[in-house]
Design a protein around this ligand. Structure first.
Ligand code: DUC
Ligand code: ZN
Ligand code: ZN
Length: 460
């Protein structure tokens, strides 16, 4: 099967030009003006933008968490991502404390194998680092193609590891060419503030926000940055939300340290005033919480300064009925919000169309940097000869409105209901096959492949 996309405006992290793209089977084999090859199918992309398939390196599908499971399955979550122009996801395996990493991998494979519509990979979350776990790291990197290890400095009593385990894990991961990603908030401080608020009868969603002040994230980010500087292990801070935490990274650059930073679309666009809506605020209960307008400004600037490298989602949806588990106690509201389908269109509309970031920067943070940092470039994350033909054809002028009534995520509300956007995903190609066209999904579960990743980048 061959495919030619004609006259599209190709945008990569560095280039912006009009050309044709010729695809054979799963791969881009030629790019040029007026290509003469005959293809089985021709797509006229005149007037459209052509992006590499989006990569969201931070999602939680069918994840057991806070007494329930996130509501998107591997099928619904990867399909919704494709509708929104994201062709590849990286999900998180969670080790159960006391069990092995390989046990957790087998459990996650039992839910994901043959169920994904789009491509995917895993980070391995280490919640119990000990002499047995240490021996498993090499195998994950060299045999399983899982080269990034998640750590939690919060969720005390469930997922959190202490600094002793953190440093030991960093040394082992560094030795084998992997990377540590971190949820960097101070778990002990948060635990104290949650208990204090509950004892004082402060039980509304607003107190979720007030129990995780900026300092809890700034302190943990600085500690993490110091630990990776000491060990020399590549490090990536997930879902960074605020000025204090970004300042810790900025300070590290003064000693020429590279720290990879991800923010999520919600921290660029939404703020903590949403927690004042009584229990409706539960829709945006996530950790870390939404912050202030000044933090949004810091994050947009951080993208342009090259300090923030990736815009992801931390997609972790829960049905409204699940959110009601915390009706009388904010600490029981499952943490997370849905966004995987909206990320690319929101970032275009609010970022590119409103002149906050350039088109090249858009591709860099949504597609290219995730591929580079997590060991998939140039197979994924760009439009180049030899790359997988993961391609988004995008109408930069079409206007549309986000709604629960039209989204494809398995969740019964939208965090962005009624938002009017400029720019829409029209066609999505995954490894040379048309996956989405005119709001219809043309591939089935099982099409999505597990992508084995290479050892990671030290810098980008
Ligand atoms: N934060 C969330 O809001 N949900 C899942 C895990 C996390 O760290
Ligand atoms: Zn997290
Ligand atoms: Zn997460």
């Amino acid at each position: 099967m061959s495919l030619i996309i004609k006259n599209g405006n190709i945008v990569t992290a560095t280039d912006n030009y009009i050309a044709d793209i010729f695809i054979e089977a799963e791969t881009i084999v030629a790019i040029g003006k007026n290509l003469a090859m005959k293809a089985d199918k021709v797509i006229d992309a005149t007037g459209k933008l052509i992006f590499p398939g989006g990569i969201d390196p931070h999602v939680h599908l069918s994840m057991p968490f806070m007494g329930t499971y996130s509501s998107d399955t591997y099928e619904t979550g990867t399909r919704a991502a494709l509708y929104g122009g994201t062709t590849m996801l990286i999900d998180f395996i969670l080790q159960k404390q006391g069990n092995s990493l390989h046990d957790a991998l087998a459990e996650w494979q039992s839910r994901s194998n043959d169920n994904c519509v789009g491509d995917y990979s895993f980070h391995m979350a280490v919640t119990d680092f000990n002499e047995n776990t240490r021996k498993e790291i090499k195998d994950f990197i060299e045999r399983e193609g899982i080269t990034s290890f998640k750590t939690f400095m919060a969720y005390k009593g469930a997922l959190m590891i202490d600094d002793r385990q953190m440093v030991g894990l960093m040394e082992e991961v560094k030795k084998h060419g992997g990377l540590i990603n971190v949820h960097a908030t101070n778990g002990d401080m948060i635990d104290y503030l949650v208990q204090k608020n509950k004892e004082e009868g402060n039980l509304a969603p607003l107190y979720h926000y007030l129990s995780q002040p900026e300092v809890t994230e700034a302190e943990a980010s600085e500690r993490f940055v110091d630990m990776i500087n000491y060990t020399g292990c590549p490090g990536y801070i997930v879902h960074l939300t605020c000025e204090g935490a970004l300042n810790a990274v900025r300070n590290a650059t003064k000693r020429n340290q590279k720290v990879f930073v991800e923010t999520c679309i919600q921290y660029l666009l939404l703020d903590a005033s949403l927690y004042e809506k009584n229990f409706e605020g539960a829709k945006w209960v996530m950790s870390p919480p939404l912050r202030e307008k000044k933090d949004q400004a810091t994050l947009w600037a951080g993208i342009n300064q090259g300090l923030v490298n990736v815009v992801a989602t931390d997609h972790c949806p829960f049905m409204w009925e699940q959110k009601l588990m915390g009706k009388d106690d904010f600490s029981k509201i499952p943490n997370g919000h849905p966004a995987v389908e909206n990320r690319m269109e929101l970032l275009y509309s609010e970022g590119v169309a409103k002149n906050k970031i350039t088109l090249n920067k858009y591709v860099e943070v949504a597609c290219t940097n995730p591929a580079k940092i997590f060991g998939m470039f140039p197979r994924k994350g760009t439009i180049a000869i030899g790359s997988d033909a993961d391609i988004v054809i995008f109408d930069p002028n079409e206007k549309h409105t986000i709604s629960v009534n039209t989204h494809h995520m398995n969740v019964d509300y939208s965090g962005y209901e009624g938002w009017e956007l400029t720019g829409k995903v029209k066609t999505v190609i995954l490894r040379g096959t048309i996956a989405i066209d005119n709001n219809e999904c043309l591939i089935d579960k099982g099409f999505g492949k597990f992508i084995k990743r290479n050892k990671v980048a030290q810098t980008i």
